[in-house]
Design a protein around this ligand. Structure first.
Ligand code: SF4
Length: 343
């Protein structure tokens, strides 16, 4: 029996947890000294580093290996390496910019938009992105179950879609994910389950047969949204991992954040959209930065973002141009920064 005391689905073999990706995750770089050596940072560039951030350094080694040596302007360096710029304070940049706690119906269930609710499935991530708006979120680490959240979802017939977010839902062991998916699958009014994950960008080995079996174990339509910001994040292993998901009939989308120095120029955004659509991945959103404290150095002015999107629209097919949006807490949908409102 599972968490809702509903008989387990007998069509599926019991899952065997394969520890291979956890072993890879243990190879993440979490020490600045190790990073300095790995990236061969000069003394001058070492002086840019923020030595003791609360949101610690955490980057998979395979991702760090894509960062150019001794280059603090590298787009991946900027995304993952803590810099002293995080100490800058700026009006409007706050600890919890999305007011997530206000939308919590249960400790791990956020309900912001009509028809959809989000499970904050874990606080763990494969990597720590320096601009993360949820880096100060009060994650519930004491209760690992989703019983209360599932009960609430089952009782709210207005919900059609559940978003598995975090942290990163792929940080959960497959047996936990399987249990969650099976429980959600028994709720008749749910039509869709959407994953939001950055995991494949750091540890594509996570998309193994066991995880694919989890995805196959439901008749609900799965959507899979990856989070990437720059073409350099990709490699052939990642495309192959995503292809395995696509071959299950699961649409794969990408959402990005517009980040100064990382992707705030037309050439990079164009190249990025092109490699996504060339691999059947839909460029879904380009988000204006959520104004979390310590991230003000990443902010790009909205006017510039609008110009970038306009230039992209003139050079790409419509499905290659992401929706440029910002999230304003309390609004019924994301706010479009180009034309009509985007949900
Ligand atoms: S993967 Fe997502 S939740 Fe995790 S640190 Fe990066 S932005 Fe935040």
């Amino acid at each position: 029996m599972n968490q809702l005391n509903i008989p387990d689905n007998t069509h599926f073999e019991p899952l065997v947890i394969k520890p291979s990706w956890r072993k890879i995750q243990r190879e993440n770089i979490t020490s600045l000294q190790e990073l300095i050596q790995f990236l061969e940072l000069s003394e001058h560039h070492q002086s840019l580093l923020y030595q003791h951030p609360d949101f610690i350094l955490n980057v998979p080694k395979r991702l760090a290996s894509k960062i150019a040596k001794d280059d603090p302007t590298d787009p991946l360096f900027l995304q993952f390496v803590p810099l002293k710029q995080e100490l800058l304070t700026q009006v409007g940049f706050v600890a919890e910019p999305m007011h997530d706690a206000h939308f919590a119906k249960e400790r791990k269930l956020l309900h912001k938009y009509q028809g959809r609710a989000l499970i904050v499935s874990t606080g763990a991530c494969a990597m720590h992105c320096r601009y993360c708006f949820r880096k100060n979120f009060n994650y519930d680490t004491s209760d690992k179950s989703f019983d209360k959240e599932l009960e609430l979802i089952a009782s709210d017939r207005s919900l059609q879609e559940i978003i598995l977010s975090g942290g990163d839902p792929l940080s959960l062991p497959d047996r936990v994910l399987q249990d969650l998916i099976l429980n959600l699958s028994t709720i008749p009014h749910l039509k869709r389950i959407r994953f939001h994950s950055r995991f494949p960008m750091g540890i594509p080995e996570r998309i193994d047969d066991t995880f694919l079996d989890v995805l196959k174990s439901t008749t609900k339509q799965i959507w899979f949204c990856i989070h990437a910001n720059h073409p350099n994040e990709f490699d052939e292993d990642i495309w192959q991992a995503l292809k395995k998901i696509q071959l299950l009939g699961i649409p794969v989308l990408n959402q990005s954040v517009l980040l100064k120095g990382v992707n705030d120029d037309t050439a990079t955004l164009k190249r990025f959209s092109e490699i996504l659509v060339d691999h059947g991945v839909i460029p879904y959103y380009l988000h204006q930065l959520d104004r979390v404290e310590g991230a003000s150095h990443f902010e790009v002015e909205e006017e510039k973002g609008k110009e970038l999107i306009q230039q992209l629209a003139g050079q790409l097919p419509g499905f290659g141009v992401p929706k440029y949006v910002r999230e304003i807490p309390g609004e019924p949908s994301k706010t479009s920064l180009t034309s009509s409102p985007q949900g």
